[in-house]
Design a protein around this ligand. Structure first.
Ligand SMILES: [Zn+2]
Length: 183
């Protein structure tokens, strides 16, 4: 699957001057919600991501809300298991709301659209572990971490993309006076 082409075709590959969550600046940004709003593309992505983990005996797939909700759903559908999500708890962590059942000993796959620092998927894992479940692996559409994300379990992505990022003080886009867009 040519993931970058999917982002391009759906207008989800943005070009400009972006402030990433890491605090760094980048000329490119992958807006996954723009890609995943199309059920046809979303299901194709879920199927491809599910294929990377089909050997695992899983009980559910979980992703961080909001960006990981659709991805967890389509991946879980491809794998024939439940789809859950974790939400921000307002104190820097994440939690799983009442009504989404997690039983002690269950095994799960955690997913996120684009992993840069891996912070929100890590909090999602902790939320499920707090209910006694075990994380078997982490999946992403795109790994932008440059191999720096370390989850302690296998981490597989459909694509590794290494877009340039800059510290604000040495950003050539800032020097050219391009307006900065928060994403
Ligand atoms: Zn900049």
């Amino acid at each position: 699957m040519d993931v970058l082409k999917l982002y391009q075709e759906t207008g989800a590959l943005l070009e400009g001057h972006f402030l990433l969550r890491s605090g760094r600046h980048s000329p490119r940004f992958l807006q996954s919600v723009t890609l995943l709003q199309h059920p046809f593309y979303a299901e194709a992505v879920g199927q491809a991501l599910g294929n990377l983990f089909e050997e695992l005996k899983l009980d559910f797939v979980i992703g961080p809300a909001m960006g990981g909700v659709v991805l967890a759903f389509v991946t879980a559908k491809a794998l024939g298991v439940r789809a859950l999500f974790a939400e921000k708890d307002g104190q820097g962590g994440m939690y799983i709301r009442e009504g989404l059942s997690v039983h002690p000993g269950e095994r799960f796959l955690a997913v996120e659209d684009v992993v840069t620092t891996g912070g929100s998927v890590q909090k999602t894992i902790q939320a499920a572990q707090a209910k006694g479940a075990h994380c078997l692996a982490v999946g992403a559409i795109v790994d932008r971490s440059g191999g720096r994300s370390e989850f302690g379990v296998p981490f597989r992505a459909l694509a590794q993309l290494d877009f340039p990022t800059y510290a604000p003080a040495s950003c050539p886009l800032c020097q050219r006076g391009l307006p900065l867009q928060e994403v």
